[in-house]
Design a protein around this ligand. Structure first.
Ligand code: UD1
Length: 449
């Protein structure tokens, strides 16, 4: 069965009280929209249509970053979920198969649940969940056995209907041609004056078609509409990610202090210390160790490498096997070959460091001249003395050494020693004479007061 997906993402999210469109608020370092789109990728959809409206430009950019093949449709005025789906239909022209409508602000729907929807035999299948909390925002599923008679929105419901505990998640699966037909017939004669997508089960039954509901745990349908629910979603994501990491054989010394991103990969037998933050795009291979208080983003840490405590790896940091990055070290867009040691207080940016090179404390690759960025290349088994400033573009050859405190502005050939600092001058006895003079000046001043 071919599947296509419509993701509704046009709403403003007034209750977020924000200039940022709701679906661009982040959970696990990724916009809510990416979560919903990523879950739908498991169905290998033939087409993905994203309906944008508020903040259309930014939302479009985010949608295409997640799936460059997504088709973007603009819903200029938000006249309801049914109206939003109507805007998406031309983009599905010629598609025969099942369409699944998802919400961009509902991040936790699982591939298994989407699979259940895709495999449902009914003409219209709605995803519901059970709850006793009588939520006011949500529609109720009115069932008769397995048949879904209709969905009633809270605003339009009677007291008896409001007491129903089977709730509409908003996610719907429907044959493409049937959906087009049903959506064309929607009206806005309801309490909100909107075109409700939720009217389609009843419309289907009126035409002799079948409608049913499948269910999932309430946690999967958590929709974000306030900052509080965003924080709740973050907490829920992190709790799951931590449990999964532990399950997969990762040691987390203090799990509740580690924050994962949507796409973090950590291998078996890796050890993650307390207070480690993963931004997007991090892979930690098996057996690597990240000590406490590290901030990692867009980087790759190979087997046997150790990082931190208090290290920052930024996008493009690539650590080969057995690399050691110690405290107060920042690495950006730099490749560190096997066995490189960068122990303390160092910035390496736009650089390549050859295998088994030692970078002394306080080394800086001066990669920015105020206008452009430049590269530093350091060979194998080199020794960069403490407090070396490497003024890029510059190359240090294999087995070369830079003297501590050097400002290296010219290339250093292999096996050479480069010293770029003022020669030391030593004056015997001068310190004592200077202190005596200064003390005498101070004493004279005190007397005169
Ligand atoms: C909808 C359902 C309700 C369900 C609830 C679950 C309808 C009429 N009601 O409620 O039964 O329990 O979701 O969360 O469908 N959107 C657009 N364009 C619009 C309107 C909405 O793109 O014109 C998008 C929003 O950005 C959001 C999603 O659709 O991602 C849901 O809209 P929202 O207003 O949050 O849902 P409700 O109407 O409250």
């Amino acid at each position: 069965m071919q599947v296509s997906v419509i993701v509704l993402a046009a709403g403003q999210g007034t209750r977020m009280n924000s200039d940022t469109p709701k679906v661009l608020h982040q959970v696990a370092a990724a916009p809510l929209l990416h979560h919903a789109m990523r879950a739908s990728m498991s169905l290998d959809p033939e087409r993905t249509v994203v309906v944008v409206g508020h903040g259309a430009e930014a939302v479009t950019k985010a949608a295409l970053a997640e799936n460059p093949d997504a088709q973007i449709v603009v819903q200029a005025e938000q006249l309801g979920t049914g109206h939003a789906v109507r805007q998406a239909l031309p983009a599905l022209e010629g598609f025969a198969g099942k369409v699944i409508v998802l919400y961009g602000d509902t991040p936790f729907i699982t591939p298994e649940t989407l699979e259940k929807l895709a495999n449902s035999a009914a003409d219209v299948t709605v995803l519901g969940f059970h709850t006793d909390s009588r939520p006011q925002r949500y529609g109720r599923l009115v069932m008769e056995g397995d048949a879904l008679l209709r969905i009633v929105e809270y605003k339009d419901a009677t007291e008896a209907e409001r007491a129903i505990t089977l709730i509409n998640s908003g996610v719907v699966a429907c044959d493409a041609a049937v959906l087009a037909d049903l959506v064309a017939g929607l009206t806005n004669t309801n309490a909100a004056g909107e075109y409700y997508l939720t009217d389609i089960p009843a419309a289907a039954r009126a035409r002799g078609l079948s409608a049913t509901a499948v269910t999932c745990p309430e946690a999967e349908t958590l929709g974000i509409d306030t900052r509080a629910s965003l924080a709740e979603a973050e907490a829920a994501f992190q709790a799951r990610a931590r449990a999964e990491a532990l399950e997969n054989g990762v040691t987390l010394t203090a799990p509740e202090t580690v924050f994962f991103a949507l796409d973090t990969h950590v291998g078996r037998d890796a050890i993650i210390g307390p207070n480690v933050m993963f931004g997007p795009g991090v892979t930690v291979e098996s057996g690597a160790e990240i000590k406490g208080f590290c901030h990692l983003e867009g980087c790759h840490i190979s087997r046997g490498a150790t990082v931190g405590p208090f290290a920052r790896l930024r996008p493009g940091a690539e650590l080969a096997e057995d690399v050691h990055v110690g405290n107060f070290v920042e690495i950006k867009n730099a490749i560190l070959d096997e066995g490189v040691k960068v122990g303390h207080l160092t910035y390496l940016g736009d650089a390549h460091v050859g295998e088994h090179t030692n970078i002394g404390a306080g080394t800086v690759t001066c990669n920015y001249d105020g206008v452009m960025k430049h590269r530093t290349t350091i060979g194998k088994r080199a020794f960069i003395g403490s407090d070396t400033m490497l003024v890029a573009p510059v190359t240090v050859g294999d087995g070369a050494l830079t003297a501590s405190g050097s400002v290296i502005t010219e290339d250093v050939p292999a096996e050479a020693v480069a010293i770029g600092r003022a020669r030391q001058v030593t004056k015997p006895g001068l310190a004592t004479r200077m202190f005596e003079r200064l003390r005498a000046i101070k004493a004279a001043k005190t007397k005169g007061q």
